[in-house]
Ligand binder design. Structure first.
Ligand SMILES: *Cc1c(COP(=O)(O)O)cnc(C)c1O
Length: 394
C-alpha cells in the first residue's frame, strides 16, 4: 500500500499485508511450515550471515507471523513488532533482555499475577530486585529510581483496580534518566491507548485478549525500536524459544480486523453497565476509569480514547456473598481472561491474583469481595438484566 498514512480503522485491516505479493489472495496466506528451502548453498550461507533477507526456519521468522508483527507495529506506531507464544513469553523475553544480575525494576502498583510471579523468580534466581510505586507524582517516581534501575514496567489501567499511570509523565522522567519504559497495553489495545506516542519505549500485549478478540488463541506481542526488537529476536526470543505459531498469527490477523468496531462496542456496553452498577444498593465500591469521580479520570481523558471494557466492583458482604453472586449469573460466564465477545466475570482474590500474598493484595486494593467484569459484545440490556437478577438473588 503506497497511500499512507491511513486512519487506525484502515490500518487494522490492511497494514502489513499486500495481496499483490501473494497471488491476489485477499486474506493473508497461512505459511504452516517449520523450515524454508534455499535455492543453493550460497543463499543459505548469506541468509545465516544476515547478508540476504529471507526466511530460514520458523523459530527465526515466518511470513504469516511477520505480517502480524508488521501490522501490530503499524497500530502501535512503533518501528518493529515481535510475536510470542503468550503474553507471558513476551513479558519475560523483554524483561530478561533489559536486565542483568543486580539490576532493579521499578513497577506500577499492581501487575498481572504471572508478571508478579516472574519478577519474584528474577529476584530469587538472579538477584534482580523490583519495587512497586504509585507513580502518581514526579517526586514519587524520582524517589524510586535507583542507580541500578534498569527499566520501568507499567500496566495502565492496572488490573483489577483500574488505577491509571500518567505515561507521558513517567516517560519524560525516565528519558531524563536514560531508563527505558515498558508498558503492558493489554487492557487498552492500541485503539484506546498508544504508549509509544507518549514517549514509552516498548509496548507489550497479551494478544490473547482484545487483539485476538475471540478467545481462541494464547499469544503475545511486543513492539518497539527496530534495533532493540532485533536484539530480542536474536537472543531471548530465538534462544528461549517462545515464538508464535503461524496458525495463531493467522487467527490474530483475522481477529484484528474488527478491533476498532469491537472496542467501540466494548466501551459503550461498559459505560452503560457502570451507570447501572454505580447506583445499585448492593454494590459497595466501583472502579472504572470512565467514572468522573475516579481520581484518575483526568489521566484517562489525556491518554485514552475511551475508558475501556473492564469494570471492577465489590459487593456488600463477604467473600461468600461475592461467590454466591457469581453463581447466580446466567448469561455472564465465570472465567478469567478478558477482551472476548462473551462477558466474563472473575474473583481476583481467589483467581488472577491468588498468587499474590494477601497483604500485598490489600495494598493493591483487591478485597475479598472485589469482582472484575470483562464486558463483552452482547446487548447491554441483556447483560444488565443478568446482573440485576443475580444482585437481587443475594
Ligand atoms: C493475560 C495477561 C497477561 C498474560 O498473557 P498470556 O497471554 O495469558 O500469557 C499479561 N498482562 C495482562 C495485563 C494480561 O491481562
Amino acid at each position: 500500500m503506497s497511500q499512507k498514512p491511513f486512519h487506525f480503522e484502515t490500518e487494522v485491516i490492511h497494514s502489513g499485508y499486500s495481496s499483490e505479493k501473494y497471488e491476489g489472495s485477499l486474506t493473508p496466506p497461512l505459511f504452516q511450515t517449520a523450515t524454508f528451502t534455499f535455492d543453493n548453498a550460497l543463499q543459505g550461507e548469506k541468509r545465516f550471515a544476515g547478508q540476504e533477507e529471507g526466511f530460514i526456519y520458523s523459530r527465526l521468522g515466518n511470513p504469516t507471523v511477520k505480517m502480524l508483527e508488521d501490522r501490530m507495529a503499524a497500530l502501535e506506531k512503533g518501528e518493529a513488532g515481535l510475536a510470542f507464544s503468550s503474553g507471558m513469553a513476551a513479558v519475560s523475553a523483554i524483561l530478561v533482555a533489559l536486565t542483568k544480575s543486580g539490576d532493579h525494576i521499578l513497577c506500577s502498583q499492581g501487575v498481572y499475577g504471572c508478571t508478579f510471579g516472574f519478577l519474584e523468580l528474577l529476584k530469587e534466581k538472579y538477584g534482580i530486585s523490583h519495587q512497586f510505586s504509585l507513580m502518581d507524582s514526579r517526586e514519587e517516581i524520582e524517589k524510586n529510581i535507583l542507580p541500578n534501575t534498569a527499566c520501568i514496567y507499567i500496566e495502565t489501567p492496572i488490573n483489577p483496580t483500574m488505577k491509571l499511570v500518567d505515561l507521558a509523565l513517567v516517560s519524560k522522567i525516565a528519558r531524563e534518566e536514560g531508563i527505558p519504559v515498558i508498558v503492558d497495553n493489554t487492557f487498552s489495545s492500541p485503539y484506546l491507548q498508544q504508549p509509544l506516542l507518549l514517549g514509552c519505549d516498548v509496548v507489550i500485549h497479551s494478544a490473547t485478549k482484545y487483539i485476538c478478540g475471540h478467545g481462541d488463541v494464547i499469544a503475545g506481542i511486543a513492539v518497539g525500536k527496530k534495533d532493540f526488537m532485533k536484539k530480542v529476536a536474536m537472543t531471548t526470543q530465538k534462544d528461549i524459544g517462545g515464538i508464535m505459531s503461524p496458525f495463531d498469527a493467522w487467527l490474530l490477523l483475522r481477529g484484528l480486523k474488527t478491533l476498532a468496531v469491537r472496542m467501540d462496542r466494548h466501551c459503550e456496553n461498559t459505560s452503560k453497565l457502570f451507570g447501572f452498577l454505580k447506583n445499585h444498593p448492593k454494590v459497595e465500591t466501583i472502579f472504572y476509569p470512565g467514572d468522573e469521580g475516579h481520581p484518575d479520570f483526568p489521566i484517562m481523558k489525556k491518554q485514552m480514547k475511551q475508558a475501556g471494557g473492564l469494570i471492577s466492583f465489590s459487593i456488600k458482604g463477604t467473600k461468600e456473598t461475592a461467590q454466591e453472586f457469581m453463581d447466580k449469573l446466567n448469561l455472564i460466564k465465570i472465567a478469567v481472561s478478558l477482551g472476548d465477545s462473551e462477558t466474563l466475570i472473575q474473583h481476583p482474590a481467589t483467581m488472577t491474583h491468588a498468587v499474590i500474598p494477601a497483604e500485598e493484595r490489600v495494598k493493591m486494593g483487591i478485597s475479598e469481595t472485589l469482582l472484575r467484569l470483562s464486558v463483552g459484545l452482547e446487548s447491554w440490556e441483556d447483560l444488565q438484566a443478568d446482573l440485576e437478577q443475580a444482585l437481587s438473588a443475594i
